[in-house]
Structures are given as structure tokens and as C-alpha cells.
Design a binder for this molecule. Structure first.
Ligand code: AKG
Ligand code: FE2
Length: 399
């Protein structure tokens, strides 16, 4: 294995409070930003940033696109040769289905043929098909077409899912000019990072809280926002143009809508870690309370609490037990690191430093203490003893 880069934090560092609305989203070249600085200035303060030149050495950046001619061009034949004719998830941006675009499955080569077709009768159709949320890394684990940038290396969500061989949150997006992703905040209130390797995207990005101004009478958010609407409602937002090689860091709970201004390809992850785990808990608990409100009239039924968890899992994608599973897994690995000296390694590239491990454990302890405030519910769900045991083990380890 190549040598590992250490992810470390300064144990004495002061986290300055976030500006609620920074005057602009900074652009910083990757070479001028350290992990510790990204951690302190952006991740801890939940502040968006664009990091440039993160993908220069990625295989997909160098090989999927020809950059020698006057205009960059996707090498469709190379892509076909590297990636088989697998089935891929495609959204039809011309059709709304509930609060998303209608989804269909397509063969990858068919998608590429549509993509490569210049104009003609099918131009209209071509412009609507967006290959998105494609787990290419999971489909072809041996194919190292990109490397997770150092800044995004501390990732509990994908650490747990990959260790357990479950579905991950690491995706590829390929869309022609005009395809778009509707207004949303990311799953579980996670962070996301998205790196363009080709083309240009336009992001309308709202700092948390601003989205409330857009709710209708029923409390629903619009599917499609325009800058005109944002101005009418006096919503503060950033209009960001993202070009090839730039990674955008989308903090927890920042709503956004994304449009491909040109044919575009990007790689992205959703993730969380010690910096936003409190927000992940807040969001999960709010989703749980929503479920309880929805079926409150069934409160007398047998196993009401278990039923709420089932509904939470189905509607939100995570229940209290799944949240605890992740924290328990992450905590055990870090305790073993401090007690037995077993390295904690992310993405085969990064190794957690000692102070980072301690930081992670403290954050798990904090969030589990908040979860423990719901001790009656945890007891019914048979999770209480586990929560208490992890808190105790962390306490003993950090002494
Ligand atoms: O690129 C897109 O279309 C959407 C990306 C997105 O929503 C994200 O990375 O959080
Ligand atoms: Fe998103």
C-alpha cells in the first residue's frame, strides 16, 4: 500500500463561530489548503467553499475527456471500453414524479450513444436524460477512476457502509446541458462534496434557514426555484458557476438546486463525521417526531414505537438503531486504535491522527448523551444498554 497521509487536527484550536451569511463563497486552490485548515474554517463552521484543482491526477479527469483540442470532448469509446454495458439509473428531467424526476433504468452504452448524438430529431429527448446517483465505485471497486480528496477523508457514513458491504453514498453524475437537480437539502442533513471533471454547473445555494421563506401554506418546498422567485421572497443565496476540476463543499442543511449549463460529469459523496454528527441527530429526531405526529391516532396500538421506527426507516432511510449501529462501529474502531494501536484508515489513503481519533470519540460521546435523553424510548427499542455501554467505553478510553 502506498504511504498514508495523516488527517490530524490541532487539539488546542479555537473554532470561530460561523458567519451566518459569508459575503462570498471562497475559491481556494487545493494546494493552498491543509486538512486542518479546511476542518477549522469550513467543516466545523458549516460554511460552503470551492476547492480548485482537486482532480488533476484523477483517471477520469485525464482519460474520460480529451483536453487537447480546442474544446474538451468526452471520449465515449474509452468510457465504453472501461465500463461495461451495465444498467444505470437515469432521471428524466422532463417529467416530475412526486418531488423528484421520473427515474428509469438504461444500458450505459445506450445512454452514451444518446449523449454523443449531436442534435437531430432526438435533441429534445437527449437533453432530458440525466444519469445520476450512479454507484460506479461500488459496481467496479477495482477501477480507481478518482481519489477522495484529503479534505473529505473523514467520512463515518461511507466508512461504515463499505466495511459492512452495504450500499454507499458515492456517486457519478453524467448529464447533457439543460439537465438539472431539483431544490433539496441532502439526505440525513449530510455534507456533500461534488467535483466537476467536465463542463459547467450552476448552483443556487442557500445558507440554512433561508429555505423557510420558500415554504407554501402546507409547509412544502418548491420543486423548481428561479432566481426571480428567490429575489421576490427576499431569500439570500449564492449563484455559483462550477467548472472542471473544482470541488464544491455543500455544508449540512444548505438547500440547493443544480443545473448543468453545459454537458457535465461529476463525482460526489454524501458523508458525515464528528463535525456535523449533532446535525445528523437533530435531523433524524425531527424526522422521527414527524412520523409520530403522522400516526398519532394509532398511539394505542401494540408496538406503536417499533412501528414508528419501521416507518422512519422506510420514509427517511435511517432509524434510531441504524444511527446507533454507525456510531458503535466508528467508536469501536477508534477505541481499538487508542488501546491496541490499530490504524483507522479511510479510502486506503488516509490515516487518522491521534487527536483526530480523540475528537471523533468525544463527538460520539456528546451525541450519544443527547440520544440518551430519550432513555424511555431507547429502553422500549432495546437500545439503551448499547448506548450506555458505548458512552462508558469512550469515557474509560479518553481518561
Ligand atoms: O450535480 C447535481 O445535479 C446535484 C448534486 C447535488 O445535489 C449534490 O452534490 O449535493
Ligand atoms: Fe444535493
Amino acid at each position: 500500500m502506498a504511504s498514508l497521509t495523516e488527517l490530524e487536527v490541532d487539539p488546542a484550536q479555537e473554532i470561530s463561530p460561523a458567519l451566518p451569511f459569508p459575503p462570498e463563497i471562497q475559491r481556494i486552490p487545493a494546494a493552498e489548503l491543509t486538512y486542518g485548515e479546511f476542518f477549522r474554517r469550513f467543516m466545523s463552521t458549516n460554511t460552503a467553499v470551492i476547492i480548485s484543482s482537486v482532480s488533476d491526477r484523477w483517471e477520469c479527469f485525464r482519460r474520460w475527456v480529451h483536453r487537447t483540442g480546442e474544446v474538451d470532448k468526452v471520449d465515449v469509446n474509452y468510457l465504453k471500453a472501461q465500463i461495461g454495458n451495465v444498467t444505470v439509473p437515469v432521471a428524466n428531467c422532463g417529467k416530475q414524479y412526486y418531488n423528484a424526476h421520473e427515474k428509469l433504468d438504461m444500458r450505459f452504452h445506450e445512454f452514451l450513444d444518446n449523449w454523443a448524438e449531436e442534435g437531430g430529431d432526438r435533441k429534445e429527448e437527449r437533453s432530458k436524460m440525466y444519469l445520476k446517483d450512479w454507484h460506479l465505485r461500488e459496481v467496479m471497486p477495482e477501477y480507481r477512476f478518482y481519489e477522495t480528496p484529503l479534505f473529505f477523508g473523514s467520512d463515518w457514513l461511507n466508512e461504515y457502509l463499505v466495511d459492512r458491504k452495504l450500499d454507499d453514498y458515492m456517486f457519478v453524475y453524467i448529464g447533457p446541458e439543460g439537465t438539472w437537480t431539483s431544490f433539496h437539502a441532502d439526505v440525513f442533513a449530510s455534507y456533500s462534496w461534488s467535483t466537476n471533471i467536465y463542463g459547467m454547473k450552476k448552483w443556487l445555494l442557500l445558507p440554512p434557514g433561508e429555505e423557510v421563506k420558500l415554504k407554501d401554506n402546507l409547509g412544502n418546498f418548491p420543486f423548481d426555484i428561479s432566481e426571480q422567485l428567490l429575489k421576490e421572497k427576499d431569500v439570500r443565496y449564492y449563484d455559483i458557476r462550477q467548472t472542471a476540476g473544482e470541488a464544491i463543499f455543500v455544508p449540512s442543511g444548505w438547500y440547493h438546486q443544480v443545473q448543468n449549463l453545459e454537458d457535465a460529469i461529476s463525482v460526489n459523496h454524501n458523508w458525515f463525521n464528528g463535525c456535523n454528527i449533532g446535525k445528523i441527530w437533530d435531523s433524524l429526531w425531527a424526522a422521527y417526531e414527524q412520523v409520530v405526529r403522522e400516526i398519532d391516532d394509532c398511539r394505542d396500538m401494540e408496538n406503536f414505537d417499533e412501528h414508528c421506527q419501521l416507518m422512519l426507516k422506510a420514509s427517511y432511510g435511517m432509524d434510531l438503531e441504524a444511527f446507533l449501529d454507525i456510531l458503535e462501529h466508528v467508536a469501536k474502531k477508534r477505541i481499538a486504535a487508542l488501546v491496541e494501536g490499530v490504524d483507522v484508515i479511510h479510502f486506503d489513503l488516509y490515516k487518522l491522527g491521534k487527536w483526530h481519533i480523540r475528537f471523533d470519540l468525544k463527538k460520539i460521546q456528546e451525541v450519544l448523551s443527547r440520544m440518551h435523553e430519550q432513555r424511555d424510548l431507547l429502553d422500549i427499542l432495546r437500545l439503551l444498554a448499547r448506548v450506555e455501554e458505548i458512552i462508558d467505553n469512550i469515557q474509560v478510553t479518553l481518561k
